[in-house]
Ligand binder design. Sequence first.
Ligand code: AHR
Length: 505
Amino acid sequence: MFSASLSLDPAFTIAPVSRRTFGSFVEHMGRCVYTGIYEPGHPSADADGFRQDVLALVRELGVSVVRYPGGNFVSGYRWEDGIGPVADRPVRRDLAWHSLETNEVGIDEFMRWADKAGVEVMYAVNLGTRGVQEALDVHEYLNHPDRTRLAELRQANGTPKPYGVKMFCLGNEMDGPWQTGHKTAREYGRLAVETARALRSAEPGLELVACGSSSSTMPTFAAWEAEVLELTYDAVDYISAHAYYEPVDGDLASFLASAVDLDHFVHSVVATADSVGARLKSKKRLNISFDEWNVWYLREFEARRDTEVTEWQVAPRVIEDCYSVADAVVVGGLLIALLRHSDRVTAACQAQLVNVIAPIRTEPGGPAWRQTIFHPFAITSRLARGEVLRVEARCPTYETARFGAVPTLDAVATHDTDSGDVTVFVVNRDLSQAAELTVPVAGFGTGLRVAESWTLADEDLMAVNTAAAPDRVVPRPADDARVADGVLRATLPPVSWTAIRLSRP
Ligand code: AHR
């Protein structure tokens, strides 16, 4: 057991909580769409073929915005294949995942699903095999009110009013050589700026995301951002960031500190963007759309790729990672880091939503269940309200092979000035010791009590949820959390994620 304390103050605000921090991602990949959100023959399917068991879990997860339709998939996608009578829609090859796309679900179906789920849509346009005209066309279909060919086509397809999509991603991971239509930074920057200008001319208030690097390990990382932003700075609002984490060679200590890498990633992109802004003498400040992040056992996938990605199947089982307690603690930690950067990261999408590296799993014709990583996401989305507060942790450090000495605790807090609630989110990354935590809260006034507290931890760090045991891993109340004499005290088990909401009764 070690002692630790957190310092927080209502005056130390970072930024308001952006609801878009709690975004997710639906790609036409594996079983995310087909037998994930959509399965007409399923016992829970509604009249539109959407699984209501999945819809209920998506609402419980507290997802705010969903990026769609890809991912690598979008770089070869023809959006118009997915509209009109389903029987007339073509089956196409998806070169990204070597699958067959039936196009049963397209824009109109997905927008209907998003409406039922109560989420905003972040729409990605294809800048791999396509360009300015097709981006304008899909925007016209989605958002133009009436009296044009594509607005009338949308109306004829059953949607009289425009969908009003606000956020558009200008392609996906165009820096990656694996991307269909991969480009150099200059080629992409030119295409992105022309697409952005055309979209803005159609609808000035859009929020546009330029592709940043697909990972901070890319050889072109930062140079890519600098060159793309030199060309696009005035025309876009966001630069994207993507990061996936996994334990390498069983190194759990470094894996648990993945948020250290995310912090560094954000600092690097912010520094690069701001340096371009300074060179351009611009007063405008770009934000980050962290529109793909998660734990992903990518190395394992690469090793089995030849057998897993069987040629030209419809909705094959691809990267259906089964998440452990340790993975959930890392996801909770990554959410803490994203919140900490709320001044510059104002949108983020966990990748993906269902089945494909996802918090929700399904079986065709069978159950839907919450993976371990579902829980920290759902609780953080529900409890993070108001202003994000900077938190200073006083705690021991531990050694990691990847990041050197890392603080055992990582924390953030939010303060809802309307309700007066203060919520603390904290991970204990120590592999063997619990933390005796104290948090002075008198600065928020008197009368705060623990309203609810949740800890995710387990003696078996590799425990997972399955169809047969869907609730093997669930958060439990942090029973000993209490406020006395203006100090919150709680015990944080080793390798744990905890959220404590304080309120006045
Ligand atoms: O989320 C899975 C894949 O990861 C996406 O298609 C791609 O954008 C990223 O490389």
